[in-house]
Design a protein. Structure first.
Length: 135
């Protein structure tokens, strides 16, 4: 007899466009594994990737400066929301990638100020500060 598998329905967290599919119908997935990427016209966060050895300097709630390439002289202040991959704790990320021969960049999820009006895919420079506010 055929065994029925329960179906889990995923819903988009907000408006946007599916920009990347990581899996296809019938592919197996593991808990926490990305399935697709949804792009919004005006993001509320930035995903930055920090190369080692600088990765150890960034922690949750650290201040950052966001400098858009397209707007010289404009600087936005914000905070790091999460260190590590979304859906994966920093400890899990370090277990998964910390011992590889070729170190992977550390992902940082950074809040995007609403007044920035950045567009998805716009290039920015990120400067990480300590936990005290920048001057």
């Amino acid at each position: 007899a055929a065994r029925s598998t329960p179906i889990l329905e995923l819903r988009a967290p907000g408006d946007g466009q599916v920009s990347l599919l990581f899996k296809r119908s019938g592919d197996k997935v593991k808990k926490g594994e990305p399935i697709l990427n949804i792009t919004t016209p005006h993001p509320d966060h930035v995903m930055a990737y920090v190369q080692r050895p600088h990765a150890h300097l960034a922690t949750t709630n650290d201040w950052v400066q966001i400098r858009p390439h397209s707007r010289r002289g404009i600087i936005y202040q914000s905070r790091i929301l999460q260190v590590g991959s979304p859906g994966m704790t920093l400890e899990a990320w370090q277990r998964a990638f910390g011992t590889s021969q070729r170190p992977r960049p550390l992902p940082l999820l950074i809040a995007m100020p609403s007044e920035s009006n950045l567009k998805t895919g716009e290039k920015v420079d990120i400067l990480v500060y300590s936990t005290s506010a920048p001057k």
